[in-house]
Write a protein that binds this ligand. Structure first.
Ligand SMILES: CC(C)(COP(=O)(O)OP(=O)(O)OC[C@H]1O[C@@H](n2cnc3c(N)ncnc32)[C@H](O)[C@@H]1OP(=O)(O)O)[C@@H](O)C(=O)NCCC(=O)NCCS
Length: 228
């Protein structure tokens, strides 16, 4: 069976998780041949991670025009990293691999954007649209009529009740629960274990049970040019 070459952008913890999901998906149906990681940290060049080489900087994507690409970065300190990297790579959407662990349960008819990653045991319980370059960590539950914008990150075990909208590049920490019908603004950051009972405005950090505002983020941090 023909497989497509694949480059993983980033070589940190999430990249290792994505590699594991790729291997799990390949074990069900061979889809990709992993060429390696690319990462802008020179200390990683030439090393091997989980038996896969770190080939060099992310600019190497240009040297592999036939390879699919998935951006594997996520951080509460750099919520928009995948937006920034995809803008820099400037490759067409069809170059991006959408990686879905075979243990997920995705309602038929769900539309998942290019470059998104759904790790083990994620459930999407009714068909809906999920944006591009969204990262959904294990055991997250996304129910009916939610709206997930591009570049959103869900840490493990987040649960969205129905009709929740999550704005671009928002980050929901591990185990956060969001009541039905609420909106999480673009660039918002929700703490681990939060129970969200109100709309969260853009670029605010909320945490606790019930969740309250901790502080406001500087939106410009979401567009600052940095290397990965
Ligand atoms: C919410 C969060 C972003 C706040 O980080 P921060 O801005 O560095 O805040 P601090 O750690 O300085 O804490 C500020 C206050 O909020 C409290 N706090 C922090 N995180 C909290 C949380 N998740 N729930 C409840 N209270 C929290 C702290 O106890 C502290 O309270 P105090 O002022 O009374 O001492 C962070 O704690 C968090 O939950 N990040 C998500 C982590 C995660 O899910 N990672 C997934 C990795 S895959």
């Amino acid at each position: 069976m023909t497989t497509r070459p694949l480059l993983l952008v980033g070589a940190g913890g999430l990249a290792r998780e994505v590699l594991a999901a790729v291997r799990a998906a390949n074990s069900v149906r061979p889809q990709w041949t992993v060429l390696g990681f690319v990462d802008d940290n020179p200390a990683r060049y030439g090393t091997r991670i989980d038996d896969v080489p770190v080939l060099g900087p992310s600019d190497l994507v240009a040297d592999h025009p036939d390879a699919a690409v998935v951006i594997c970065t996520a951080s509460t300190r750099d919520q928009a990293s995948r937006r920034r990297i995809s803008a820099r790579l400037a490759i067409p959407a069809d170059r991006y691999a959408t990686v879905i662990h075979p243990s997920t349960s995705i309602a038929p008819g769900t539309d998942i954007g290019a470059g998104s990653v759904l790790l083990a045991f994620v459930a999407v319980t009714a068909p809906q649209a999920i944006g591009a370059h969204v990262v959904v960590m294990p055991h997250t539950t996304i129910t009916h009529d939610d709206e997930i914008a591009d570049h959103v990150t869900f840490a493990a075990r987040v649960a969205l009740a129905g009709g929740v909208s999550v704005g671009e590049a928002a980050y929901l920490g591990s185990g956060a629960l969001v009541r039905e019908g609420l909106s999480i603004g673009a660039g918002a950051l929700i703490g681990m274990g939060a129970v969200v009972l109100d709309h969260v405005p853009p670029f605010e950090v909320w945490a606790g049970t019930p969740a309250r505002r901790l502080r406001t983020l500087n939106p410009t941090n979401h567009v600052t040019a940095r290397t990965i």
